[in-house]
Design a protein around this ligand. Structure first.
Ligand code: ZN
Ligand code: ZN
Length: 357
């Protein structure tokens, strides 16, 4: 990557702190001065969110890229063009992925091949080994069947989400790991790796305490409530997310760089509002179980207050149905974990739910 790429029509557009990456208004823009952070907005083509952020932190000759966008024909050149435009030296650049979802790790290979050092937290490696392997796809199918979904729909939903996690080991992308509590350096800055489980078990944020700046990945968003799917039976993804939101609300984050969209107001208030949102949904699930004791998880999905077209369920896109079913099951796991409900298998092995008292 050298300066020759700065050709005449590149970099025109919105001034010295912002440049367009192509004709469809995607930009690389400077969003913070201390530390110096640039936001590269990258396209998302197959989920509810229109775009995903990659952040480029710079100090002197060193660069830290936080998250690496989705791999597709547009983005493959977009992130690279942004780095070239910023004059980044890939040999003095580190990529840190907050989690293994493809919209945050999709371009890791391209950066790695350009000479960037790829780093993931230990928890993200554990997620890759556990959730980006065929055994997890099969476990998802079995779990949804045990919650009362048909075999066909369980397989359909597991398959639609299946390739959304990236596994650097099976993809043979070179990487190293960093432990929770350790810091990643970029010039003068030391960014601490902070576990933020919930969206995935191993999700991590980066925290720069001097400027109270946090790179939060998908731990909390202002655009929407971040998706919380079920983990293995006996685990409590919603409970983990509630604890993460509480921690983040107490950390004193002043400036948040998010996986999608921008910070819109107080991080603490957003976390507390998101806690209330999840607690309302769990309360609705509990009320529905009280109303019809012995319901299956699948039967309880429409009773949890989703704004979703349940009357047209069969025509609803599989990805939408996945998010609804998986987060509903996560709420049932939370109610079981907190002792509010009992889960009992019926003769066919399908779980039935009963209020505890
Ligand atoms: Zn994600
Ligand atoms: Zn994301």
């Amino acid at each position: 990557m050298d300066g020759d790429a700065r050709d005449a029509d590149w970099g025109q557009g919105c001034g010295e702190n912002c440049f367009t990456l192509d004709g469809d208004d995607f930009t690389c823009s400077r969003v913070l001065d201390e530390p110096e952070v640039w936001r590269v907005e990258l396209l998302m083509h197959d989920t509810f969110l229109p775009s995903v952020n990659a952040f480029v932190v710079r100090d002197g000759a060193e660069t830290l890229v936080v998250d690496a966008g989705t791999s597709d024909d547009f983005n493959d050149t977009r992130l690279m063009r942004a780095l070239i435009g910023l004059g980044v030296d890939p040999e003095r650049t580190t990529l840190l992925c907050t989690h293994a979802h493809m919209d945050h790790a999709g371009l890791a290979r391209e950066l790695s091949e350009a000479g960037v050092r790829v780093v993931i937290p230990d928890g993200v490696l554990a997620d890759m080994r556990r959730l980006a392997v065929p055994a997890w796809r099969d476990e998802m199918v079995a779990r949804m069947q045990a919650e009362g979904a048909s075999q066909a729909e369980s397989a359909e939903l597991a398959d639609v989400i299946w390739d959304h996690a990236v596994n650097f080991e099976t993809e043979k992308i070179a990487f190293s790991t960093v432990a929770a509590g350790e810091t990643l350096r970029c010039g003068r800055w030391a960014l601490e790796v902070v576990p933020t489980p919930g969206h995935t078990p191993g999700h991590c944020a980066l925290w720069e305490p001097c400027t109270r700046t946090a790179f939060l990945g998908d731990a909390v968003l202002f655009l929407c409530s971040t998706c919380i799917g079920f983990w293995s039976e006996g685990e409590d993804a919603i409970g983990a997310q509630l604890a993460t939101l509480r921690n983040l609300s107490e950390m004193g984050v002043e400036r948040a760089l998010l996986g999608h969209g921008l910070q819109e107001g107080s991080v603490a208030e957003r976390c507390l509002a998101n806690i209330a949102h999840h607690e309302r949904r769990s309360a609705r699930a509990l009320a529905a179980i009280r109303e019809v004791p012995g319901s299956t998880g699948y039967e309880l999905v429409p009773a949890m207050g989703w704004r979703a077209p349940f009357e047209h369920w069969a025509e609803t896109p599989a990805l939408t149905r996945w998010f609804l079913v998986s987060e509903s099951i996560a709420h049932l796991d939370h109610l079981v974990a907190t002792g509010a409900v009992r889960r009992e298998p019926d003769a066919a092995g399908v779980s039935r739910y009963f209020a505890a008292e």
